[in-house]
Ligand binder design. Structure first.
Ligand code: DQA
Length: 145
């Protein structure tokens, strides 16, 4: 089973960026944990990070017939990108939305996700564990299909 993990904008700065909110782990360190968990679960993963909406949309399109599931942290696009929402809906692969932080305990503009309704489910607030739990959830869902 091949899973695509997409990190959205500004996540390349993890470790430096608001560590009190996002923790001190760099994206590299998070990716290492994701790869290790995927290996334990017997999943293949490709991990990408894009700051641009266009690149995220193009990568989602290319996932058709290539991946069995998607884990996406759309970053700030979560809150307003109808284009990314439409791409997730178009691709029709089981998709889990993740966030490092608990978006519902933060500023009000983060309380709404336009992408969540087209995802299978979401996991937020657990730091790197949000991604690891999403891998487990996707594996369970895919095995049941
Ligand atoms: C985030 C939450 C978003 O509101 C924010 O814009 C991010 C990171 C998270 O992982 O907690 O860039 O997606």
């Amino acid at each position: 089973m091949k899973i695509l993990v997409i990190h959205g904008p500004n996540l390349n700065l993890l470790g430096l960026r608001e560590p009190e909110v996002y923790g001190r782990y760099s994206l590299e360190e998070i990716n290492k944990d994701i790869r290790e968990e995927a290996e334990r679960l017997g999943l293949e993963v490709e991990i990408v990070q894009y700051n641009g909406e266009k690149e995220i949309i193009e990568k989602l399109h290319s996932a058709i017939n290539q991946f069995q599931g998607i884990i996406i942290n759309p970053g700030a696009y979560t809150h307003y990108s109808i284009a990314i929402r439409d791409a997730i809906a178009a691709v029709r692969l089981p998709t889990i939305e993740v966030h490092l932080s608990n978006i519902y305990s933060r500023e009000e503009f983060r309380h709404h996700s336009v992408t969540a309704p087209v995802c299978l489910g979401g996991i937020y607030g657990f730091g790197v564990a949000s991604y690891l739990l999403a891998l487990r959830a996707l594996k369970m869902v895919l095995e049941e299909r």
